[in-house]
Design a protein around this ligand. Sequence first.
Ligand SMILES: Cc1ncc(C[n+]2csc(CCOP(=O)(O)OP(=O)(O)O)c2C)c(N)n1
Ligand code: SF4
Ligand SMILES: [Mg+2]
Length: 289
Amino acid sequence: MIEESQLSEPQEATWCIGCGNFGIRAALKQAAIKLEVPHEELVLISGIGCSGKLPHYINMNALHGLHGRPVPIATGVHLANEDLKVIVITGDGDCLGEGLGHYLHGARRNVNIAVFIHNNGVNGLTKGQYAPTAPRGYESKTSPPPVGSPMMPVLPLPLAIVNGATFVARGFAGKRKMLIDLMVQAVQHKGFAVIDILQPCVTYNHELTWKYFNSHTYSLEEEGHDPSDKTAALEKAQEGYDNLPLGLFYKAEKPLLKEGLAIPKDGKLRMKENDLQKLQEIIDRRVIQ
Ligand SMILES: Cc1ncc(C[n+]2csc(CCOP(=O)(O)OP(=O)(O)O)c2C)c(N)n1
Ligand code: SF4
Ligand SMILES: [Mg+2]
């Protein structure tokens, strides 16, 4: 239903030449076409970062929010209008640093949104500080040699699995076909869907490069991994940077957030008329008390 020409960039991308974000954008375009949904039903919610700029470079409904906050914004958009397919575009700093609490709560709520984490190991926009996913020992301006990063990386996928996410996957910006397929499945999935997307930052991260990811990744599917096996998924999701599995780790069906909320059943929340005068009266009463 969506033509490629409808997605062309409203602004020219300012990402560095060779940045993995280009591969992710290209995959997102193809996924949007493959989803066969009307253009107006897809919406991107992004945080702040090089990744967060993606909605400026692809023509889709979008809201470019605050650093660390795209998951709660997306939750609100979804609950107000369940017809929309809501996709969060977030960086590893955005999602797993300042936004980590929101990420975990989104997972345990099993809110029906798809979260695409652009994982480059650095805070790209703010010039290359090590991000929460940087491996122990990673050297950067803020984690100088000889020690490098003195702590373990945050592992987004085991966290998602143990906290209740129901679609958990990893893609790579350099493996386009697999990434498109995972994106389509994540958006179609009913529940909290996460894709950890390996995304080389060619300017600041000289360890997690295109070459590195090409030679230190393998396919879960080719290994015969069963995504309904939660224990095996957790084990695989904890494998480190030496040999990173790609593909679908875990998929399950669980009750959705909206099923437990007092959302009006007689029509969408967005169709409800708000009585602003009544609201003001309530606010005034509270102020006086
Ligand atoms: C509330 C708030 N805190 C911090 C910042 C500064 N800041 C902007 S982008 C960013 C990190 C971006 O890193 P990441 O999310 O990994 O995105 P990338 O640029 O790597 O895609 C930070 C800390 C901000 N803009 N707002
Ligand atoms: S700084 Fe890194 S993440 Fe940001 S646009 Fe450049 S290569 Fe991409
Ligand atoms: Mg980053």
